[in-house]
Design a protein around this ligand. Structure first.
Ligand code: CAA
Length: 390
């Protein structure tokens, strides 16, 4: 199709607290370089008790609606693997908090960290069908593993909101995609658990196998040669994973890449993820935000995106950065969302973690803590109650 469709605006937000990996290294008596160099993480966002995927999602979407209005939005696609209800779509809470019109289709999507890419592609399809409409796509997640498990160092939290429409101002999506599906138990969270289960080494292998499969399909579909891409954005459970993935991709594509080449291809795409940690569905789009916010002018340049969701699905796709995109960027707001987080020690982090595992269910009020525009005020009669800051 010749109609340009893609990302018109993008905004992310993250949790209220931050745990520095030096704190974790001290607590466990491990070398801090294991985190900083070994997995490529400096710190991780930790939500306050009055924050959840809904409050983060609404906070990410609010500035997008403030800038563009909600008149053309007829669909909200919210992707998460931190669902708050087995039946009701979390997007309906967001829809209400944002005051969106009743003439809106709202649905939740799930396929681990891949969900927001599914939402983006479905949104593009809806816009092709009716170019007068736009779609609000949200990826929002809180990554939690068992305390003391290897996954603990790769926690994090963030939400990203994207407005998808015709004639986008930021990224025009290519119509070619490479896909790969494979039933594997590398990372999962059964309904009865609040923390994810993961087979760390299997998950890294599964990710790499999926990169290879998605690239093979992309090439067979007649996609661009790898050398054409100016930069590569990867799903980043931890930023070192992007390096592993890119090295593997280059080898699959028969491209000799030195360590310096790999660093150059990923330069600027890991800054936010390194500080925020894993944000599951939002992670790939934080990589995109990081690239756009920190890179020299990318106008007219093709960039590659690799989405991976355990279980597993991968999609490799490209897009062209739209000239003039810099006027849409929210670099200062993004940097402020990262900077304003309140540092906590390991003991405080642990208390928040333990509390998060038991707060769901029952009847309780939650004190205002995060000071964000939206907050979870409590649970009453098994119903989540949200509040807007005055
Ligand atoms: N200095 C420098 N490097 C060091 C070091 C030191 N002192 N100590 C260790 N390292 C290096 C290791 O050599 C290793 O590097 P390589 O991977 O390049 O070999 C790295 O640090 C990590 O060390 P370990 O493998 O010993 O770490 P670990 O056993 O604690 O586990 C992990 C690491 C498997 C990533 C774990 O954090 C985990 O299970 N995380 C959650 C699962 C995950 O994120 N999987 C990613 C793919 S799945 C996915 O992408 C979906 C998703 O979002 C979850």
């Amino acid at each position: 199709p010749t109609l340009p469709v893609g990302i018109h605006d993008l905004c992310f937000t993250t949790g209220y607290y931050v745990l520095d990996h030096n704190e974790m290294a001290r607590h466990y008596g491990v070398d801090p370089d294991k985190y900083r160099l070994g997995i490529g993480q400096d710190s991780m966002s930790v939500p306050a008790p009055d924050e959840d995927i809904v409050t983060m999602a609404a906070a990410a979407a609010q500035p997008v609606l403030a800038r563009h209005g909600a008149d053309t939005i007829r669909t909200v696609l919210l992707a998460t693997e931190t669902g708050v209800d087995q039946a009701k779509a979390a997007g309906l809470f967001v829809h209400a908090l944002l005051g969106l019109p009743s003439s809106t289709r709202v649905v939740e999507l799930k396929q681990a960290c891949y969900g927001a890419t599914a939402a983006l592609q479905l949104a593009a399809g809806l816009v092709y069908r009716d170019p007068t409409q736009s779609v609000l796509v949200i990826g929002t997640d809180i990554a939690r593993y068992d305390l003391g498990s290897p996954g603990e160092a790769t926690e994090g939290a963030a939400a990203v909101a994207m407005l998808v429409r015709a004639a986008p101002a930021v990224l025009r999506l290519d119509s070619t995609s490479g896909l790969y599906a494979n039933d594997v138990m590398d990372f999962w969270r059964p309904n009865y658990r609040a923390t994810a289960l993961v087979d760390g080494k299997t998950s890294i292998e599964a990710y790499l196998q999926a990169v290879q499969g998605a690239w093979k399909d992309y090439a067979e579909q007649g996609g661009r040669p790898l050398e054409e891409f100016e930069a590569f954005c990867y799903h980043q459970p931890f930023t070192k994973m992007a390096h592993k993935a890119h090295r593997h991709l280059a080898a699959c594509a028969g491209l000799g890449q030195s360590d310096a080449d790999i660093r150059a291809a990923l330069r600027h795409t890991t800054s936010y993820n390194r500080l925020i940690g894993n944000s599951y569905t939002a992670s790939l789009y934080l990589a995109l935000a990081s690239l756009l916010d920190h890179s020299e002018d990318l106008s007219g340049k093709p960039i590659a995106m690799l989405s991976y969701g355990s279980g597993s699905i991968a999609e490799f796709f490209g897009g062209t950065v739209v000239p003039g995109y810099r006027e849409q960027l929210r670099t200062a707001a993004h940097q402020e969302a990262v900077r304003r987080r309140v540092p906590i020690g390991y003991a405080e982090y642990r208390a928040l973690h333990e509390r998060a595992l038991v707060t769901d269910g029952g009847e309780h009020l939650i004190e205002a803590e995060s000071g964000g525009p939206f907050r979870l005020a409590g649970i009453r009669g098994h119903k989540r109650v949200y509040d807007t800051a005055d």
